[in-house]
Design a protein. Structure first.
Lengths: 106, 154
């Protein structure tokens, strides 16, 4: 259904710098298509990020978040190899989860 | 007799079936939305948005930094980052005051996540962008104006 997220987690000191790019149209319900019909609302409503199974971020979004949303978060106390998982759910009930392991920073 | 009556009955029957289907759909989406701050995301004025967050009358704080462009050419993609140096930051909300629905996003941070989020939002016109931070039981705000060349709501 939906395309995989691009996730990168790099360790800087004891903090993981997490960057997530989701692929989603994020329709506002205000745009019209070429026939003049309104394109219905379609947007990611909630995002959950866990670090080794513990919730670190629980977000609620509106349609005002840009198309193909970007999200940057910093997680303290992380180590190389830690598992970070990102899940989104949109207003139609579609969802997607992707996982990444923390990599050593440069 | 009475083709009109017959077609009316048929129409009425169809409408009833449609209404039933619609109700089922509504109830389903209502259960999914249970935790979503519907009142906040549907409010159209800044004061209502703050109220829905429980942040009415929040104090301004210099410990919140909003990183955003002074002029954004494309309102469809405005990068916004919020850094809160307030100890025990639990929640960060991003509010674009003059958007049709001002509240753009709320982030609850916990278990070692720093008081920092970075994302990209749409803005319809030049407006103040507010960061509303919850720490302990108190709310703090900061704002920064972002000028928009081409609106990103349409």
């Amino acid at each position: 259904m939906s395309d995989p997220m691009k996730i990168r987690a790099t360790l800087q000191g004891d903090t993981a710098d997490l960057r997530v790019l989701m692929l989603h149209p994020m329709e506002t319900g205000q745009r019209k298509n070429s026939k003049g019909e309104i394109i219905p609302l379609h947007f990611i409503q909630s995002v959950l990020i866990t670090h080794n199974g513990r919730t670190v971020l629980d977000a609620q979004w509106s349609q005002a978040v840009s198309r193909n949303p970007f999200l940057g978060v910093r997680i303290k106390g992380a180590k190389v190899g830690d598992k970070i998982s990102v899940t989104w759910v949109d207003n139609k009930g579609d969802k997607r989860t992707d996982e990444v392991t923390v990599a050593a920073g440069s | 007799m009475n083709i009109v009556r017959r077609s009316f009955l048929k129409l009425a029957g169809n409408m009833a079936a449609l209404a039933a289907a619609g109700m089922a759909g509504l109830m389903q989406s209502a259960t999914i939305l249970a935790a979503w701050n519907k009142a906040g995301f549907e409010s159209k004025a800044l004061a209502d948005t703050l109220k829905s967050l429980g942040a009415s009358g929040a104090a301004e704080s210099r410990d919140i930094a909003i990183t955003a462009p002074e002029i954004a050419e494309n309102g469809a993609v405005v990068p916004i980052a919020v850094t809160s140096r307030i100890p025990n930051t639990q929640q960060i909300s991003i509010v674009a005051e003059k958007n049709p629905f001002p509240l753009a996003a709320t982030f609850d941070v916990a278990n070692g996540a720093e008081g920092y989020v970075s994302t990209r939002i749409k803005m319809g016109q030049t407006s103040d962008v507010w960061a509303v931070v919850k720490a302990g039981d108190k709310f703090f705000t900061a704002k920064k104006e972002v000028k928009i060349t081409v609106g990103g709501c349409g």
